[in-house]
Design a protein around this ligand. Structure first.
Ligand code: IPM
Ligand code: MN
Length: 347
């Protein structure tokens, strides 16, 4: 029997609840489709930071490298550990170390879900650059705490980095509806964003069958609200993609429905799957977190592992439940009830 080793990092807050939910559904899919998912759970979290002084051990990255995939719930507990410490100690280093340069985030309305827009039939795939750009971590502060204080944080865009994410976007567009929208702000940022536009035009020559359009981030934000049905694949830098995908989550009914995959397309290291939402400390103990984003992220993991039928089954079970109204209204159904409905629809 085929077997996959999965590193589970539930993390903080509702990350733990939604990881348990996703894992139960993934296990059901595995037994139905005759493969094994062998999970190893790591307690790396803000709690772990408080106990050990680190979000993960020094050898954490090397430990994770041995797995076929990583599944992460959510990281962060800002009243205990500053976000800038917790995220730079776990989530962001994993994305970079494993060259998970493509962050894939689908935005569409599941059956039975009413979004805030009139538009009901959009299907957007956001492709967010995930290793460099505004998240490069290059910068520093001097004269700290004085009136002469200076803070600098430089976005870094490399030809290699931009080319590969844009090419990835084109490949996705080719497998979908043949449209790619590249998002920059090249009217204001005249070096990095003009460079991104140029690289996109260069790569576009290899894809004459794809219809390419260029948007500024502000105009794209408006378009995602006014005419989301006009969009197919949207490619953006790390920060722009971060912002647009919370907007994408909003138009698909909320963060409870927004899934994501941090992919290393070359498969030189494990990819990581996680919902877009955070740890939501405010509702962490209420058992009302919607596990659908997490379960959908798990379906993306199965697809990445080559278990496409199982992945489709999980998506089918999610939509069979939402079509009946289970999990479609924030706070109405408990995490366990939504999970049970999806499990029941799996068989
Ligand atoms: C996301 C999150 C992270 C990001 C945070 C928690 C660092 O917002 O995955 O979208 O900005 O990438
Ligand atoms: Mn985000």
């Amino acid at each position: 029997m085929k077997s996959f080793s999965i590193a589970l990092i539930p993390g903080d807050g509702i990350g733990k609840d939604v990881t348990a939910a996703a894992w139960a559904v993934l296990q059901a899919a595995a037994s139905k489709h005759n493969f094994n998912l062998e999970g190893t759970t790591f307690p790396w979290s803000c709690e772990h930071y408080r106990q050990t002084g680190a979000m993960m051990p020094e050898a954490g990255i090397e430990t994770l490298r041995a797995f076929d995939a990583i599944y992460l719930g959510a990281v962060g507990w800002p009243t205990e550990v500053p976000d800038s410490v917790s995220l730079h100690g776990l989530l962001l280093p994993i994305r970079k170390a494993f060259i998970q340069y493509a962050n894939i985030r689908p935005h569409r309305l599941l059956q039975g879900v009413t979004g805030p827009l009139r538009a009901q039939s959009f299907d957007i795939l956001c492709i967010r650059e995930n290793t460099e750009g505004e998240y490069s971590g290059a910068g520093g502060r001097v004269h700290s705490g004085t009136s002469d204080e200076v803070a600098v944080e430089t976005a870094i865009f490399t030809r290699k980095g931009v080319e590969r994410i844009v090419r990835f976007g084109f490949d996705q567009a080719r497998a979908r509806r043949g449209k790619l929208a590249s998002v920059t702000k090249s009217n204001a940022q005249k070096y990095s964003m003009v460079f991104w536009d140029e690289v996109t035009r260069d790569v576009a020559r290899e894809y004459p069958d794809i219809e390419v359009s260029h948007y500024h981030i502000d105009a794209m934000a408006a378009r995602m609200v006014m005419a989301p049905e006009s969009l197919d694949v949207v490619v953006a830098s790390n920060l722009f993609g971060d912002i647009l995908t919370d907007l994408g989550a909003a138009i698909q009914g909320g963060l409870g429905f927004a899934a994501s995959a941090n992919i290393n397309p070359d498969r030189t290291a494990p990819s990581m799957f996680e919902p877009v939402h955070g740890s939501a400390p405010d509702i962490a103990h209420l058992n009302i977190a919607n596990p659908i984003a997490a379960i959908w992220s798990g379906a993306m993991m199965l697809e990445h592992l080559g278990e496409a039928d199982a992945s489709r089954d999980v998506m089918g079970a999610i939509e069979a439940s939402t079509a009946k109204g289970v999990g479609t209204v924030p706070g109405k159904d408990r995490t366990g009830a939504i999970t049970d409905a999806i499990l029941a629809a799996m068989v």
